[in-house]
Design a protein around this ligand. Structure first.
Ligand SMILES: Cc1ncc(COP(=O)(O)O)c(C=O)c1O
Length: 385
């Protein structure tokens, strides 16, 4: 019997070691990790630069509290704010905490309550972020939710035009819905959302928890769409595996988060900050992101070529290193079969196989993963005929 609450249906793989794109289990079996710890290990497992930064901080101090000025926290905030072309950062410990803070900030700054989010979105598991999430399965048994969220179909221009008004505090969205099934925002829709927010004095909050930190080939995914959000949230990839979240905002919002108005004991912990700073130094380099862009084009071309004509693959979607393959194959069975063959992949939505490889993945690893993917899917499809 496990002493853990059974909140996760855990896989049969028990990791012993990890390095780069590979996890080795306790039996010595190697897996290509195309999950990146659910979009976290963007530089692969145990990247040396991050390890060095954490070790160096371990030898200085671990925790002092946010009552102290910490130069590295300032430096990390500067790097993060500049990469989003914004001005201020609040550090939290997770994605949900970052979104929770963003929701609080939007309410306080506008003096309004209504927040518009989208069907199939995912924003976290705290009360406000669960309420913001547009998926009933996340909320089952926990009601009542916070009441002031409105959920609209994603990419529906007419629906958003009807709903944004002078009572709206914010529109909150993922430009690529990750957990919901790799649904990509359309340019015209995102432009409309942005314009409506401006017209009505509502804030545009972009949840970049899964899409940010280079995952789509830009520092943040909204930068593919020339958007200018008021608030951006980040987590997952930011700390390369150390827990950290962040709210990034415009300077006009700064005074709404004055002393005592929000806080966190561990937010901006020195070890997590050291990891985040080292991670950003690598990922935000133009040359690194150009490579990610090239490799993601290659990855999707190969997927499209190798999976072409397989009737069980219904659709495929991609932005950078976020790939979704809609499939008619039972997902848990397919994912287990892939694991048996040494490839780790994720589910998203009800019928989407999601690939989130490390941004450092090599071409040879991409080829190997696609070989496993196509042979497992083809075998399954043949057996099912
Ligand atoms: C878009 C998005 N927002 C928020 C979250 C919640 O992040 P965390 O699990 O760190 O609380 C997630 C996690 O999957 C996410 O993908």
């Amino acid at each position: 019997m496990s002493y853990l609450f059974p909140t996760y249906s855990r896989w049969e793989v028990e990791p012993d070691q990890s390095e780069g794109s590979v996890i080795i289990d306790k039996n010595g079996k190697k897996y290509l990790d195309f999950t990146s710890g659910i979009g976290v290990c963007n530089l692969g497992h145990r990247p040396a630069v991050v390890q060095e930064a954490i070790t160096s901080q371990l030898n200085r101090y671990w925790h002092v509290s946010n009552l102290f000025i910490q130069e590295e926290q300032e430096n990390a905030a500067k790097r993060l704010a500049e990469s989003a072309k914004m001005d201020c950062v609040f550090f939290a410990n997770s994605g949900a905490e970052a979104n929770e803070a963003a929701i609080k900030l939007a309410r306080k700054a506008t003096g309004r309550k209504k927040i518009i989010t989208f069907e199939n979105s995912f924003h976290g598991r705290t009360f406000a972020t669960m309420s913001a999430t547009g998926q009933n399965k996340i909320k089952m048994g926990y009601g009542p939710m916070l009441e002031t969220f409105v959920y609209l179909p994603f990419n529906d221009i007419e629906a958003i035009k009807k709903e944004v008004d002078d009572e709206t505090a914010a529109v909150m969205l993922e430009v690529v819905q990750g957990e919901g099934g790799i649904h990509i925002g359309e340019q015209a829709f995102l432009n409309e959302v942005s314009q409506l927010c401006e017209d009505h004095g509502a804030l545009l909050i972009i949840d970049e928890i899964q899409t940010g930190i280079g995952r789509t080939g830009k520092p943040f995914a909204f930068q593919h769409f020339q958007l200018m959000p008021d608030i951006v949230t980040s987590a997952k990839g930011l700390g390369s595996g150390l827990p950290i979240g962040a709210v990034i905002g415009k300077k006009e919002l700064a005074h709404f988060f004055g002393p005592g108005s929000h806080g966190s004991t561990f937010g901006g912990n020195p070890l997590a900050i050291a990891a985040a700073k080292a991670t950003m130094e690598v990922i935000f380099q133009a040359g690194f992101l150009e490579e990610v862009e090239k490799k993601s084009v290659y990855l999707f071309e190969q997927i499209s070529k190798e999976l072409k004509g397989i009737p069980d693959i219904l659709n495929s979607r991609q932005l950078g290193m976020m790939i979704g393959l809609e499939t008619s194959i039972d997902l848990p069975i397919l994912l287990k079969e892939l694991r048996n063959h040494g490839l780790l992949a994720l589910p998203a939505g009800s019928n989407v196989l999601r690939l989130l490889p490390p941004l450092t993945v090599t071409k040879a690893e991409i080829d190997k993963a696609i070989h496993i993917l196509q042979s497992v899917i083809r075998n399954y499809s043949k057996a099912a005929v």
